[in-house]
Design a protein around this ligand. Structure first.
Ligand code: SPV
Ligand code: MG
Length: 302
């Protein structure tokens, strides 16, 4: 296999094209080169032999920070994100969507958006919270402060004005359902954000039954059938991608499952080596052979 060769422009434009061409875009968490190799190459084969693959990569703020042992509260800075994105770009050809948390102050986000566009990123997502950002899945609604909708809309407007291509997209992520606001309040925010130039809307929820997400999606698609709607089905993981598509999702993001499964395997391995005094059991149960990794990296870099 040869090295990945794709121009900045080719990669950047891929997401907008995919959203036009496909009924559903599937994005997989990717925050380092190794995850990039997995998300780029993994395939699932159906009985008739047709192959399914991920369409896009999700640069998760939570996972990028967690792999560094840091909290998901915007402590990790932009230069660290850019370094990781460059690692991912060297082993993938798929478009990447970058989690930009709240985006920070408007003056900073405008520059960050332009920097990501130059790099070949396809989209940035910013969420409408303010103050010290906490991860949305803590479960305690009182931890989250919503940004004033007009202030957030101005941040979107300023960032859109700083771009130089039509390809780069900015998604506005609604945190209303995370912070205890109603679907109606989420809709009125969505209207302002779309009017300000948002290219798509991400709706998030920590409820496991998906009811609030589906109620919102129904209202949203009745008014904005042409605007991409994105789900992050971490909490409501019982629904298949096809079921989510039927309920209004144009894109689904599997945001953190690779990091969480790696943590489980690493912890079991460490515990087993300590308990057994050798690595034989861990090798046989939780590890791939060293050769697998050597060949994987060689194959993706020759
Ligand atoms: C992330 O992956 O960093 C996200 C999704 O923003 S969530 O963790 O569910 O907020
Ligand atoms: Mg995040």
């Amino acid at each position: 296999m040869s090295m990945i060769k794709i121009s900045t422009e080719q990669r950047r434009s891929k997401l907008r094209n995919l959203l036009k061409e496909k009924s559903l875009v599937r994005a997989m968490e990717t925050v380092n080169g190794l995850e990039g190799i997995i998300a780029e190459n993994v395939r699932a084969y159906s009985e008739n032999g047709s192959a399914k693959e991920f369409d896009a990569l999700w640069f998760s703020g939570l996972c990028h920070a967690a792999f560094k042992g840091k909290p998901d509260n915007e402590f990790v800075d932009m230069s660290e994100k850019i370094a990781a994105i460059n690692d991912i770009f060297s082993v993938t050809s798929k478009p990447i969507i970058v989690d930009m948390d709240t985006g920070g102050p408007s003056e900073h986000f405008c520059r960050y958006a332009a920097a990501l566009e130059r790099l070949g990123v396809s989209a940035a997502v910013i969420e409408d919270k303010t103050g010290l950002k906490r991860n949305s899945l803590y479960g305690d609604k009182s931890l989250h402060s919503m940004e004033n909708a007009d202030v957030f809309a101005d941040k979107l407007r300023c960032a859109k004005a700083s771009l130089c291509t039509e390809d780069f997209m900015i998604f506005a992520r609604l945190e209303s359902l995370i912070a205890g606001e109603s679907c109606g309040e989420a809709m009125s925010r969505a209207e302002k954000y779309i009017e300000a130039g948002a290219d798509g809307i991400v709706i998030h929820s920590a409820s496991s039954d998906g009811a609030d997400i589906f109620e919102f999606a129904k209202l949203f698609k009745a008014e904005f059938s042409h605007v991409p709607l994105v789900f992050i089905p971490t909490a409501y993981n019982g629904f298949t991608d096809t079921e989510l598509n039927d309920r209004g999702a144009d894109m689904v993001i599997y945001a953190n499952q690779l990091m969480r499964s790696a943590y489980l395997a690493m912890k079991k391995t460490a515990e087993s080596i300590l308990a057994e005094g050798r690595s034989k059991y861990a090798d046989e149960n939780y590890c791939v052979p060293v050769k697998t990794i050597l060949e994987l990296i060689d194959t993706n870099n020759q």
